[in-house]
Each structure stands twice: as C-alpha cells, then as structure tokens.
Design a protein around this ligand. Structure first.
Ligand code: OGA
Ligand code: MN
Length: 311
C-alpha cells in the first residue's frame, strides 16, 4: 500500500449548536472513505445527529455513491419529483430542466408541505434511517427563510413532564402519505398505483432505539395524518398541537442556513425537520436529496423485542 493510501483524511468536526449538528470541514465526499474516516463519521453522526459537509462539488452519481456507503437507498413513490432516477429527489422550486416554477405548480406546493415538522418516509413500514441533502442553489444572505430546521427528539423526550411521558407511552400515530393531499388541497389526487404502493401505517409515538441501548425519543410527524390510535380525532389533534409546540422549543432546535456546496446528512430516527418558507416567486432554491433506507421496523415501549429485553 502506498503512503497516500494509508494516511487517513485530515478533516475537522466542529459542533454547530448545543442541541444538535456539526460541520465537517476538509473532507471531499466525492472520494470513497477509508475505514478510519468512516468510523469517525459514524461516531460523529451518532453523537451530533446532523453533519454538514462543507464545500462539496458533487454530481448526482457522486451523491448516490456517497450515500450508499451508509446503506441501501430508498426510491420515491412518485416519478415526477425525481430526476429520472428514483433515488434522487429534486427538492426545489425549479424544474429538473432549470425552469423557475410558478407558485401554484404542484412541485412548489409539495415543498410547502415540508414546512411542517416531520421525519422522512415515516409513511413506510420501515421509515428511513437518514436523509442526505445537497445545496446547489441557495437563498442569498440577508433574505428571509430557506433554512432547514431540525429538532432533537431525544432531548424533547427527556425534557417531557413525567405525566406526558406516561400519557404517550402506549400511543401510536397513523402515518399516511395520501394525507399530504388533504393538507395541501391544491395538489392533484394520487394515481391508484401510487396510492396502493403506500398504504397508511402506524408507528409508536415513543421510539426505543436498540443502537442506543434502549434510549427513547419522540417520533411523530405533522405532514401526514394527525390521527392517534385510541383517541378521538379531536383529542389526537389537540395532543398533536401540543407536541408540535414542544418540538419548536429553541433548546431542541438548530436552523441550518444553507451555503452552496453544503452536503447535510441527518438522522431521521431521532430528529424532526422542516423547511422554513421563503418567497418562492422571487428566489430559486435547488437542493437534491438521497435517502438511506431504515434497517428495521420502529420499536416502541410495548414492542416484543423491547419487552424481551433486546433493546
Ligand atoms: C425534504 C425536506 C427540507 C428543506 O426534502 O424532505 O424536508 O429544507 N426538505 O427543503
Ligand atoms: Mn423532509
């Protein structure tokens, strides 16, 4: 082995806030990582939950290669939001051909739905492990909006009043991709094929993490259904409103202001995120997302594996 191959990459990891997040400076994500770099990144991801790799220059293919180092990728259920390959999701108010879209275009309306706290692909039986988003065109300095907000659900769970922890313990939320259409009524109905590929699922509201020695976090979303099993719709809505306000508390949150070339990887198992709205007509914003698939179903306090002491 040559000396160059045996020397691990020199890069620094700097925390971005007390709540979550760190920036990685001096690492080229277009190159495959050696084992030591992977180990450092894995540890940093476990600790900070969100890593922002600065100053990257990545093609679609390079982003896919980078992302696959962390596991198999998800494909999107709808063809029209991808760039021809279902693993690459165009998060933009600009078409894949570069046209700045009108505000009433369904692709822009879909972006607005991202403004609610959520975790990616929670509408699947096995929701995603991580999302990876690359900043291609970002809002100029001084312009309002366009950040991605993150909220740390490990901290949010820890800080809950004991009575609320008890109340949430047995609850499950219904997650339904089709509900996005109800929340954004201007969107066209899904085709039967799309609907059949993503039937509603339920997940525990308290998530137990085997990879964290059984530590717990909150797990809920507001961009799909607001139904909570065992409650009337009105009770579920009220509880949901309370949870959303709780997730908003500044001590759990980081608002990431994008720089061109940022590549942000976040942990969908323990964070919620949201897009902060901006003036869609005046500014272009182009990000590109890949999504690492989850490793198994979501465990709650009453899952068999937890009860049997495996988590
Ligand atoms: C997403 C998303 C946030 C943003 O694409 O899943 O939530 O800031 N995006 O665009
Ligand atoms: Mn999202």
């Amino acid at each position: 082995m040559s000396v160059a191959e045996s020397v691990p990459a020199a890069f620094t990891i700097n925390p971005l806030s007390p709540a979550l997040g760190a920036e990685v400076v001096g690492l080229d994500c277009a190159q495959p990582f050696d084992a030591e770099t992977m180990a450092r990144l894995r540890e940093a991801f476990q600790h900070h939950h969100m890593l922002c790799f600065r100053a990257q220059d990545l093609s679609d293919a390079a982003q896919i290669d980078f992302s696959r180092q962390f596991g198999p990728l998800e494909g999107l259920p709808e063809k029209d939001k991808t760039k021809g390959r279902r693993e690459v999701y165009n998060v933009a108010n600009v078409s894949v051909d570069g046209e700045h879209l009108p505000e009433d275009d369904q692709r822009v309306i879909f972006q607005r739905n991202n403004a609610r706290w959520h975790t990616d692909s929670s509408y699947r039986d096995i929701p995603s492990l991580a999302s990876i988003m690359y900043g291609i065109e970002v809002l100029p300095d001084g312009v309002e909006g366009g950040e991605t907000g993150f909220s740390n659900m490990l901290r949010a769970y820890e800080a809950l009043p004991a009575e609320m922890k008890r109340k949430l313990e047995p609850l499950h939320q219904v997650h339904s991709y089709g509900e996005i259409r109800r929340l954004e009524p201007q969107m066209p109905a899904m085709t039967a094929e799309e609907r059949d590929s993503v039937p509603p699922v339920t997940h525990p509201v308290i998530r137990v993490h085997p990879e964290r020695g059984g530590q717990r976090s909150l797990f809920f979303t507001s961009n799909t259904s607001l139904e909570i099993g065992g409650m009337t719709l009105a009770e579920g809505r009220e509880l949901h409103r309370w949870l959303v306000e709780w997730a908003d508390r500044p001590e759990f949150c980081l608002y990431h202001r994008w720089r061109e070339g940022d590549l942000v990887k976040w942990d969908n198992r323990v964070l919620l995120h949201r897009a902060i709205p901006y003036d869609y007509a005046a500014y272009r914003r182009v990000l590109r997302r890949t999504t690492v698939a989850g490793a198994g179903p979501i465990l709650g306090p009453f899952s068999n594996a937890v009860r049997d002491g495996l988590a």
